[in-house]
Design a protein around this ligand. Structure first.
Ligand SMILES: [Zn+2]
Length: 310
């Protein structure tokens, strides 16, 4: 059994302009590190393109069309001050969502033990009717709902260790009983959501806000005392990870001080929880991470732990 890696050339065609942190070079750095022969056992899959039936699991059709028709024929279009589309951005976003949904299909069908989706644009800030925070469509949220709709999974969980709170995922999951969202994030920080007393309609939201300039100890304590016990009680039949690596101490967009070993530790904890409740079914998808060197080494560490789990 195997770990799959989902990739697509369209991800490099999504351009955000000079000085934008969410840039194609992020994926080039990841592809370079994952080309090392220690990753030869990864099964590399070209991501399919998501169709409307997937996107509309979480976004109104009007919003899907609004985003896709915003794509410029040349140059850049800003959907908000941070969120940019170039020619090719819509196709990249559709293949990003397609990757995470296909990875869910693979781990549920038994074609893979687990999977990492090296995608961009990211997704966890995208709300039902609002693209924001570099995100166009909420790929992980869509894939979690896809697991329920297409595969009869009763309970799907998303754990988000990106340094930013996934406001989009929280809002989309809030009143859906079979979906769980747990997040560690710097707080207060962009996007401003993620308070500890947010619970969701079914106690299905668990936030663990972390103060700026804290690091490994606070992160691991938050996982151990808040996120993992609630995840255990939820008994997920599949776990998805919103795998952002911008909580790394070198990241320029935030001020947490995690190191590669923290991402390895968190991965191991989530693999153990997937083994306990979900037959090992785990799908991880890239969100943030903006220091190219730290991103590459962190992703490598994360993927090594996923491969070790198989
Ligand atoms: Zn982030």
């Amino acid at each position: 059994m195997t770990t799959q890696l989902y990739v697509h050339p369209s991800y490099l065609d999504h351009r955000t302009g000079p000085h934008h942190p969410e840039r194609p070079e992020r994926l080039e750095a990841i592809q370079q590190v994952l080309a090392h022969d220690m990753f030869d056992a990864l099964i590399r899959i070209e991501a399919p393109r998501a169709d409307d039936s997937l996107l509309t699991l979480m976004h109104p059709k009007g919003q899907v069309d609004r985003v896709l028709t915003s794509e410029p024929d040349q140059g850049l279009v800003h959907l908000d001050p941070d969120t940019v589309m170039s020619p090719g951005s819509g196709d990249a976003a559709l293949h990003a969502t397609g990757a995470v949904c296909a990875a869910v299909d693979a781990v549920v069908d038994g074609a893979a033990d687990n999977a990492f989706c090296a995608v961009r644009p990211p997704g966890h800030h995208a709300e039902a009717s609002q693209a924001m925070g570099f995100c166009l469509f909420n790929s992980v949220a869509i894939a979690a709902e896809h697991a329920r709709q297409a595969h009869g999974i009763a309970r799907a969980a998303v754990i988000d260790f990106d340094v930013h709170h996934g406001n989009g995922t929280q809002a989309l999951f809030w009143d859906r009983e079979g979906l769980f969202y747990g997040s560690t994030h710097q707080y207060p920080h962009y996007p401003g959501t993620g308070a500890a007393d947010d619970t969701g309609a079914y106690n299905n939201i668990v936030n663990a806000p972390l103060a700026a300039h804290t690091g490994s100890e606070a992160f691991r304590a938050a996982m151990e005392t808040r996120i993992l016990p609630a995840l255990d009680a939820f008994r997920p039949e599949i776990i998805l990870i919103s795998a952002g690596f911008d909580a790394h101490q070198q990241d320029p967009l935030a001020n947490l001080n995690l190191i590669e070993e923290d991402f390895a530790w968190a991965t191991d904890q989530l693999v153990a929880m997937a083994d306990l409740h979900a037959g090992g079914r785990l799908v991880s998808s890239l969100e943030g991470g903006y220091d190219l060197d730290a991103l590459a080494t962190s992703v490598a560490t994360h993927v090594i732990r996923l491969m070790a789990a198989t």
